[in-house]
Ligand binder design. Structure first.
Ligand code: ADP
Length: 619
């Protein structure tokens, strides 16, 4: 993400048009009726504004100069009507555009979320979630503004300006020439400011996203921050970011507000010039002053739309940067989709085979080399090895978060590369090391395992996972809301909720990444009992960190540096003279050297934000 957004593209003048065209092509058609009505409202605004300038001549010449008092009432009536129409048209236009705008925001939020769900796991390991969310929320409004501003500036301000210029030219062509000389320098100034603003805007969005992301990450890791007394260090780092963001925002304000003095001074020149020349002319000729009054009224009224049009360019520039950043996300190809001839996986008894599997992340060295082993149906296979040996990668490949570089993985003889991802993942229940709970109630969180499950089934799964009793003790029982990371539940409780989710899924294959974090003995025993329940009768592959899990497994696969170095039962492996497993097992009391990273019987505090909920708040 970062490298993509930081690759600053050269500003291309045709790009505004290209992006607007794309936004229009993707959304415009659905809003044509709304936009048409809004445009009619804006034309009414332009027309009534021009009318109020036009009528000045008759007011001055006919009513006051020639004293035709009978015209007074019709003229006043017309002015009242014009302002009434203008009021309602302004209301209609504003409400319509706001509704369309909100709909566009909703539509892009939906699109982006759907798109993110399609992207591979790889994208998310490279992207900071907090930053991504902040970027989306900042940028999505840009697309809305892009459309609304284009329409408002074209239909209302541009038409109003043109109508007023027509009034000016018809009333007094010579004065019009004087007034319009400020056009070219104004256009030049706007173009100059736009270029400077483009860079500053992109930088501002990026810095703000980093800032918001950092705040989110800090709140997630609050226990670690307190435990390591990192508050001051973090505050210093945040301080730098905040200062940066503030400076950037000030720069944007300085650059974009520079427009105000430029337009004011130029307008001052125009208005003063017109009045000076009109005054001089009035002193030499005896024309009635009506047309000059009408002209000056039109000129003063034209000032507002002209100022808005100048500003819309600058604002469009900002919206354009936002829209472009949104499209950068939407344009990421979700690769590694299903093969064209992919069939649904048909699980018979759930025999899993890795056959010479080799894999590397991106361009790096292979993290798995020629891995072969079999996980027998209905049995438990434990994977052990040091941290970094490639255990989690095995699980990721079986879920097809990534595709293998060589070799193949089969389930009941079917290569998983040739089956649909959906059917593959539906056959697997996954219990991760960090039991993540999603926004919602405990019931919702268990039901994610199988959306169609009834309340009774959810509760039965919780009972099997030894979670039912503590859930019922929560203030609202199953309907208790759990926040981010489920902070109201203990680590062991969260693990049991996620095990209940896996039990409810009732999939023939279970992938289990055993938690490395230490639990108290009682929680530990309950989690263990829950796990035994979910493992029963399923083909289970467990990344084991606890000696008891390994000893009880039907089969043990020992990994080192991306290769399988030994396999067998606990008894057979221990008996192997000189074996890796036997050597580590002999160092009784230090099984953690093999069953890395943290053994169950040693409480190790390590900076892993996800374990935050288990630690007490010392602050
Ligand atoms: P284990 O689960 O045994 O600790 P992993 O499978 O997580 O090991 O990691 C194996 C190797 O792959 C490690 O060297 C690790 O640095 C690397 N690795 C893991 N995930 C990624 C990733 N998303 N991108 C690049 N390298 C990774």
């Amino acid at each position: 993400m970062a490298d993509r957004t930081q690759a600053k593209r050269k500003a291309d003048p045709g790009e505004i048009v290209a992006v607007i065209r794309r936004v229009l092509a993707e959304n415009g058609r659905d809003y044509i009726p709304h936009y048409a009505v809004a445009a009619v409202c804006m034309l009414a605004i332009a027309g009534t504004t021009a009318f109020s300038a036009w009528i000045m001549r008759d007011i001055v010449d006919e009513v006051f100069y020639r004293q035709r008092w009978e015209l007074l009432w019709p003229i006043c009536g017309a002015i009242l009507a014009a302002f009434t129409i203008r009021g309602f048209a302004t209301y209609g236009q504003a409400v319509l555009l706001a509704r369309v705008g909100n709909n566009i925001v909703a539509r892009y939020q939906r699109r982006i979320f759907d798109h993110l769900m399609k992207l591979g796991v790889g994208f998310f390991t490279l992207t900071r979630s907090g930053q991504l969310a902040a970027q989306i929320s900042q940028n999505v409004t840009g697309v809305r503004d892009l459309l609304n501003m284009t329409l408002t500036s074209l239909a209302r301000d541009a038409v109003t300006l043109v109508a007023l210029v027509v009034v000016m030219v018809m009333q007094d062509p010579l004065l019009s020439v004087i007034a319009l000389t400020i056009g070219p320098p104004l256009i030049f100034a706007v173009n100059y400011l736009m270029k400077r603003l483009r860079r500053a805007t992109r930088e501002a969005v990026e810095i703000n996203s980093r800032l918001l992301g950092a705040i989110q990450e800090s709140t997630q890791g609050i226990a670690i921050i307190k435990a390591f007394t990192m508050e001051e260090q973090l505050a210093r780092r945040m301080g730098v970011l905040i200062e940066h963001a503030e400076g950037r925002a000030n720069r944007i304000a300085r650059v974009s507000e520079r427009l105000a003095p430029i337009t004011e001074v130029l307008s001052g020149f125009a208005i003063a010039g017109v009045i000076a020349y009109a005054g001089y002319r009035a002193s030499t000729t005896a024309e009635p002053p009506g047309s000059v009054f009408a002209f000056i009224t039109a000129l003063l009224l034209a000032y507002d739309p002209a100022r808005k049009l100048a500003r819309v360019q600058v604002n469009l520039e900002r919206a354009l940067v936002n829209a472009r950043m949104i499209y950068e996300i939407l344009d990421i190809e979700p690769h590694q989709g299903d093969a064209a001839d992919a069939r649904p996986l048909a699980v018979a008894d759930g025999r899993i085979r890795f056959d010479g599997v080799t894999f590397s992340y991106g361009e790096g060295l292979p993290v798995l080399r020629g891995v072969s082993f079999e996980a027998a149906p209905g049995r438990t296979t434990a994977i052990v090895g040091r941290s970094g040996a490639g255990k989690s990668t095995l699980v990721a490949l079986l879920e097809r978060f990534y595709d293998v570089d060589a070799g193949r993985i089969t389930i009941d003889g079917q290569d998983i590369a040739g089956v649909t991802k959906r059917s593959l993942r539906q056959a697997i229940a996954y219990v991760s090391q960090q039991p993540y709970l999603f926004e919602g109630s405990i019931r919702d969180n268990i039901r994610y395992g199988r959306p169609g499950a009834s309340d009774a089934e959810v509760e039965e799964a919780a009972r099997l996972a030894h979670a039912d009793d503590f859930i019922r003790r929560q203030p609202d029982g199953y309907d208790t809301m759990v926040g981010e990371n489920g902070v109201t539940l203990s680590g062991g409780q969260r693990q049991r909720v996620s095990i209940a989710r896996a039990i409810l899924r009732d999939a023939p294959i279970l992938l289990l990444d055993e938690a490395t974090s230490a639990l108290d003995n009682e929680s530990e025993a309950r989690v263990q009992a829950a796990l035994e329940q979910v493992m029963r009768g399923r083909t289970t592959i467990v990344i084991a960190h606890r000696l008891s899990t390994v000893v009880n497994a039907d089969h043990i696969v020992v990994m080192e540096d991306g290769e399988v170095v030994e396999e067998g039962t606990h008894g057979a492996l221990v008996a192997r003279p000189g074996g890796v497993y036997a050597r580590f097992h002999r160092m009784q009391g230090k099984p953690g050297d093999l069953l890395d990273p943290a053994p169950a019987d040693r409480a190790v505090v390590r900076p892993q934000p996800q374990t935050a909920g288990q630690e007490g708040d010392t602050g």
